[in-house]
Design a protein around this ligand. Structure first.
Ligand code: EPZ
Length: 419
């Protein structure tokens, strides 16, 4: 398993080009199953999760062809039966359920695994698909779905933590080929949901209220193939913005769509970071006086849970107390113990982490546990005195394209050790 060796203390300077958004590309690749025409997706990031999704689509009968960041997909002949072992390995693969039901009126996929950040239920996905007329039973680890016909319905899709991103996308992808009007209330509004909805509209779907908590979908008979480009990855943007600040550097994020990150930029401003909008991106650097801030993760447009761990690293470096409350997932503090190993002073009180900032960090061997926790450990290693070794970096390769190369191009001393 590969690990990163990071020698901290280098200020990051320069520009990076953001990659396409993982959380847009994954469901958008699945949405290509909704038509037998060829779809061409651009700005598709080279990530293990994306490559995995391409394998899953091929196992369903799709023809997949990748040329750099462009992916051509044509699914003329499809089977509704997903490969159990392939699908259960990646939670994001659950988003093939909606398109298979929309296109074939049938699907059999394995229940997605939970992961370290939480149980990751799919009850809301199934609630919405059942509301459209799909008979669904879950047995021996499979979700078996069959719909004689799909009829539009008024659906409330809110759960105990609010909207569901992939649940909204799954139900939307079935509803676009259902008969009649579907309303999804308490729909997720994340930019990635908007991106997939706009892709579906480009394919001929009729969706109103895109970006709002209420989607109105008027079903159509068929969708056509289109060429479309994935939005830049806002979580990668936030991660590199924080890398600039924790190393007291200055980085320009090319392609960053600032309106995708308002809550993060607002909190970084409040903490005293300097953020300057450029014609084609964002310049970020540490301000003169930094102050600790409190964070609570919320559904979009609130502070994204996928940036919680990375923001914690900044709070560790700023003198004072900050409280970081995780309201989306039940156990998304896996990074805390590893950050404490680097010298951080953090205590957990229920859904909150109390960070006593201001002490420096010193390098040590740490272990990655999930995608965003691992990114936080890299940021901490960049800011720490001495050398930090981050093991199990396959977690990072799931969601960050060539992160070590991009960081090296900004002056970081980070090496990938293959072992
Ligand atoms: C998406 O996961 C993202 N993944 C996650 O990013 C992101 O953290 C999450 O949305 C929240 O923004 C992808 O898009 C591939 P949810 P998703 O359904 O859709 C509960 C990353 O690091 N819930 O919005 O699976 C759930 O337990 C990943 O890139 C139900 O109760 O998340 C959670 O508490 C991590 N029932 C909350 O809703 C359901 O049926 C939000 O989950 C579904 C979800």
């Amino acid at each position: 398993m590969d690990k990163f060796e990071i020698v901290g203390g280098q200020q990051l300077h320069g520009r990076i080009r953001l990659s396409g958004a993982k959380n847009s590309a994954l469901p958008m690749l699945a949405a290509c199953l909704l038509t037998s025409d060829e779809c061409i997706l651009g700005n598709v990031p080279d990530l293990s999760d994306v490559n995995f999704m391409l394998e899953i689509l091929e196992s369903l009968g799709a023809k997949v062809n990748r040329e750099g960041d462009k992916v051509r997909i044509r699914s003329e002949e499809l089977t509704p039966f997903g490969d159990y072992n392939l699908i259960r390995k990646m939670r994001g693969s659950i988003c093939i359920l909606g398109p298979l039901i929309g296109r074939l009126r049938e699907a059999r996929v394995s229940m997605p695994g939970g992961c370290v950040i939480g149980t990751r239920p799919i009850d809301l996905h199934l609630k919405g698909l059942r509301a459209l007329g799909t008979r669904i039973d879950v047995e021996s680890g499979y979700v078996n779905a069959k719909a004689i016909n799909l009829r539009g319905k008024e659906i409330f899709l809110g759960g105990r933590s609010g909207p569901t991103v992939l649940g909204t996308i799954n139900v939307m992808m079935a509803a676009v080929l259902a008969e009649g009007m579907t309303t999804i209330d308490c729909a997720a509004c994340e930019p990635e949901v908007v991106d997939v909805a706009q892709f579906l509209v480009a394919m001929g779907a009729q969706i109103e209220g895109v970006g709002s908590p209420c989607l109105r979908i008027s079903g159509v008979k068929k969708l056509r193939g289109v060429e479309y480009s994935v939005i830049p990855d806002r979580i990668e943007a936030a991660t590199f913005a924080l890398a600039a600040v924790v190393t007291d550097g200055e980085v320009v994020l090319e392609g960053c769509q600032t309106h995708h990150l308002s809550a993060v930029l607002d909190k970084m401003n409040e903490a005293g970071c300097e953020i300057i909008r450029e014609p084609n991106g964002l310049m970020v650097r540490r301000g003169k006086v930094l102050q600790s801030v409190d964070i609570t993760t919320q559904p979009h447009p609130g502070f994204p849970t996928d940036v919680q761990a990375q923001m914690m690293v900044l709070m560790i470096l700023i003198p004072g107390l900050s409280i970081i409350t995780e309201r989306i997932f039940e156990s998304r503090f896996m990074h805390v113990n590893e950050l404490i190993r680097l010298g951080a002073d953090i205590s957990i009180e229920g859904p909150s982490a109390i960070v006593k900032g201001g002490k420096g960090l010193s390098g040590a061997p740490v272990m990655a546990s999930d995608l965003r926790a691992s990114a936080a450990l890299v940021l901490a290693g960049l800011a720490a005195r001495g050398t930090t070794e981050v093991s199990r970096v396959y977690h990072i390769d799931r969601g960050y394209e060539k992160i070590d190369e991009k960081l090296r191009s900004l002056g970081a001393r980070i090496e990938r050790v293959t072992g």
